[in-house]
Design a protein around this ligand. Structure first.
Ligand code: ROI
Length: 174
């Protein structure tokens, strides 16, 4: 089937470390389900992950979702930013600070893009185990355009600071 018929496959990273992060991520997952011209294909487990960036802040809850969507990449990005805002995120412009909800567009089919607003694949993807592991859980055979096989990246990346949440009733990040 062509992309026009099937839509594109978009991978989205979810992260939160404020305001009941488990609830934030679950709520965002439900909202993604309801995006126009889209449907959610898969959702990873939730992971508890130590904050990257060196600033003292609470642990994160991270996960990855995959959508089938007819929204073009920048339109999808705006939808994600709208969800972040609706769930209480205030953008101060500071790079490493804690946040109620972060939704990053990781991949959009095999598109490579360098725009002022959007870079695809997401530039941090290969270095972040809290993105690689949940993505691998739901798309183990994925190839990251210009980077390589996800399987390889995962095998080179440790699980340091990362823990998959097994108990669905767990509500605390630590
Ligand atoms: N650290 C972790 N573990 N998870 C995140 O989602 C995350 N997001 C961020 C920074 C501040 C870089 N650190 C993070 O934006």
């Amino acid at each position: 089937m062509t992309r026009e018929h099937a839509g594109a496959r978009a991978c989205i990273a979810l992260g939160s470390n404020l305001g009941d992060p488990v609830r934030q991520v679950r709520e965002a997952a439900h909202t993604l389900d309801a995006l126009p011209a889209s449907r959610r294909l898969a959702m990873s487990s939730l992971y508890v992950s130590a904050p990257l960036g060196g600033m003292a802040q609470p642990d994160y809850i991270n996960a990855v979702a995959i959508l089938r969507t007819h929204l073009p990449p920048l339109k999808l990005l705006r939808c994600l930013q709208e969800i972040e805002t609706r769930q209480g995120r205030v953008r101060s412009g500071r790079r490493w600070e804690a946040r109620t909800l972060d939704l990053d567009l990781l991949l959009y089919d095999d598109l490579r893009l360098r725009d002022t607003e959007l870079t695809l694949p997401h530039p941090g993807l290969a270095q972040r185990n809290f993105v690689l592991y949940p993505l691998f859980e739901i798309a183990p055979d994925l190839d990251i355009p210009g980077v390589g096989a996800l399987r390889e990246l995962v095998s080179k990346s440790g699980m340091e600071g990362l823990r998959r949440m097994v108990h669905t009733h767990e509500t605390q990040a630590s």
